[in-house]
Design a protein around this ligand. Structure first.
Ligand SMILES: [Zn+2]
Length: 227
């Protein structure tokens, strides 16, 4: 698995099945929807339907059967030629697919969504597959990581967050990657395969958008499409 740099995006290669196109935009695009994603898709020679979200830091998830803008924080589909997009600037974008069940999806993983139970909802609707041969592949895009995800002591009161805090030099840090991995692998009836891009939006030198750093409206778009 590797990141392949294109003009306006990075593509995740040698991880998902060959018919999957997945990746995230470079800061040369500011995250304008749907224009930026259409530009990327057309540069890759495809013209899929586009679905994205009005993200609300909720646990709302949607199965998508027609293109649109959905009021929630995760969308998934079994359709082909339909790109799903999540926009982030510090929250962790999660991209997943399963070759066996033909599902693809994106999750906006902020601490609020996690605390409200977005993973439990995705489990019930997507990953709740008793076939033990089914493999889900999960890629983690650019986001604030535990190196820079400093939080207040009130996080100790959030039941679904508190297990993923680290204490360093009297400060608490949230580890969203650890949270994603433990939420998934603790359900032992499925197999999961992870690819972590390892990009921290706050300390990367590549200029990825970080709300905590820049306080602006620019967003990275992470996407997946089955073609
Ligand atoms: Zn960092």
């Amino acid at each position: 698995m590797k990141l392949v740099e294109k003009e306006n995006c990075f593509l995740i290669e040698d991880f998902f099945p060959l018919n999957i196109i997945a990746g995230f935009t470079k800061p040369s695009l500011k995250g304008v929807l749907p224009e930026d994603i259409k530009e990327i898709m057309s540069s890759l020679g495809i013209n899929p339907d586009v679905s994205s979200m009005n993200q609300r830091h909720s646990a709302e998830i949607f199965q998508v059967n027609k293109p649109g803008v959905y009021e929630g924080d995760a969308i998934f589909t079994r359709q082909k030629n339909h790109v799903l997009v999540v926009k982030t600037a510090d929250c962790l974008p999660i991209i997943f697919c399963s070759e066996d069940t033909k599902v693809i999806g994106v999750i906006h993983m902020g601490w609020r969504s996690a605390d409200k139970g977005i993973f439990e909802n995705i489990y019930k609707s997507v990953f709740n597959n008793k076939n033990e041969n089914t493999v889900y592949k999960i890629a983690l895009g650019p986001g604030l990581r535990s190196c820079c995800y400093k939080v207040g002591t009130e996080f100790l009161n959030y039941p679904k967050i508190k297990d993923y805090l680290e204490l360093r030099k009297n400060n608490l840090y949230f580890d969203p990657v650890k949270a994603v991995k433990q939420y998934t692998v603790k359900n032992d009836y499925n197999k999961f395969s992870f690819y972590d891009t390892g990009v921290c939006t706050f300390c990367s030198d590549k200029g990825f958008f970080s709300y905590r750093k820049f306080f602006d409206n620019n967003r990275t778009l992470s996407f997946i499409s089955n073609n």
